[in-house]
Write a protein that binds this ligand. Structure first.
Ligand code: ZN
Ligand code: ZN
Length: 411
């Protein structure tokens, strides 16, 4: 008998605690959740205490309230992220609490809003939470990011369904992507994570000096930093907790060299960024830097991202995902990077993950820059993979080896 949606959602909450966070008995948990995701946050809280959690604390956020603030708050107020909220994040990170983020954002929340005000808010948030995000991006603690259906988001994806059905439809899709619909979700995750581990180990041992991409609208070479590490699926914290940062996750990824990227790359899926949508865009790189950026729509949002700071014009992540991934097979554009980035090979503008290069987490900012590690306040993934993409690895002696053919693994 197929499992009811309620049972699958409970299984998902269980996966979040046991596989995603791998919450340890006695550990504290900070949940950062949208108010609309409260029901799921409560389920996770129950599971967390059942797993021996010391205390669950929640920081709520709300789309409507954030939008009202963006529209009406005094200009100088937008410059400040509330210090008590920043401190709450930073205290949890300093204690190495587990951190769960639950999103259910309307992809069009900020459509038509003043992009200069939005930029102020984004910068203020990023700056205030920088010490928190540093712990996240250096894998200093076990964290996990999930998305659950919100009404506006579900309506955007399934406009033809009756209103009462929209969220249920979106749940069905999400539960598939996180394998919660299967008989034994825990076992399915163990097998999936082992598969990612095999790809990761193969690429690690190859140590390609660069990757060459060819597809319609794309002709790009990306240098990889020396001693780069491929990551994917599981990650360890310094204290040895093995966790899975994103659910779903289908990617293996590593660190591009911030100065060694050249050529043209075209997006293969729209990019939904903080409530705005960027479609059909082309970036041109020269010596690591974006020197031109054009988009069929959302070009101002794209430029806003690129103008965040110097590092926002350079790459911080290169990720490989086969075109046959279950998310790609669903054929749904989720308008949420968590899903869409796992549907296709992708790159990220902005901050690199220090743990994707050997010894990277021990370097000073100066040392990191010298090794080609990119730094920025932002990190934005965008999708480039497709069924016609070929990727070659360039080995140390300059010979080419197939990594992907027609969007699928070639090894
Ligand atoms: Zn990625
Ligand atoms: Zn990323």
């Amino acid at each position: 008998m197929p499992k009811s949606q309620e049972v699958q959602i409970a299984a998902f909450a269980d996966l979040v605690v046991k596989v995603g966070l791998n919450l340890q008995a006695g550990q504290r948990l900070l949940i950062r959740s949208a108010v609309e995701g409260a029901e799921f946050a409560r389920l996770v809280t129950q599971r967390a205490y059942a797993a021996g959690c010391a205390e669950v604390d929640v920081i709520w956020n709300d789309d409507t309230i954030a939008l009202e603030r963006l529209k009406h708050a005094a200009e100088e107020r937008l410059n400040e992220y509330p210090p008590y909220l920043a401190q709450g994040h930073i205290d949890a990170a300093n204690r190495a609490d587990a951190v769960l983020s639950i999103r259910c954002s309307d992809p069009e929340l900020y459509k038509g809003q003043d992009s200069s005000r939005l930029k102020v808010v984004e910068r203020a948030t990023r700056t205030a939470l920088r010490p928190f995000f540093e712990k996240i991006t250096t894998s200093a603690l076990n964290w996990c990011l999930v998305s659950v259906p919100g009404q506006a988001w579900a309506a955007k994806l399934f406009p033809d369904e009756a209103k009462e059905q929209q969220k249920a439809k979106l749940w069905t899709a999400i539960l598939k992507t996180v394998r919660a619909d299967l008989d034994d979700p825990n076992k399915a995750w163990q097998e999936h994570l082992e598969g990612l581990e095999r790809r990761r180990e193969y690429l690690d041992q190859k140590q390609y000096q660069s990757l060459r991409y060819r597809a319609k609208g794309t002709d790009l070479e990306i240098g990889l930093v020396e001693n780069h590490l491929w990551m994917g699926g599981i990650q360890p914290t310094p204290s040895g907790i093995i966790y899975v940062a994103n659910m779903p996750t289908e990617e293996v990824f590593t660190m591009p060299h911030k100065n060694r990227v050249n050529g043209l790359v075209s997006s293969s899926l729209p990019l939904s960024h903080n409530g705005s949508l960027i479609e059909d865009f082309v970036l041109e790189f020269k010596d690591g830097q974006v020197v031109s950026a054009k988009a069929r729509s959302g070009e101002d949002t794209l430029h806003r991202i690129l103008d965040t700071d110097e590092g926002a014009r350079r790459l911080g992540e290169v990720a490989l995902v086969p075109h046959s991934s279950p998310i790609s097979q669903l054929g749904i554009l989720f308008y949420d990077t968590l899903f869409d980035e796992n549907a296709a090979s992708h790159l990220a503008l902005g901050r690199a993950y220090a743990f994707t290069v050997k010894d990277g987490t021990t370097w000073t900012p100066q040392q990191a820059a010298e090794h080609g590690v990119n730094d920025s306040l932002t990190h934005v993934d965008f999708m480039i993979g497709s069924a016609d993409m070929d990727i070659d690895g360039v080995s140390k002696n300059g010979s080419l080896e197939p990594v992907m053919r027609q969007g699928e693994w070639a090894f």
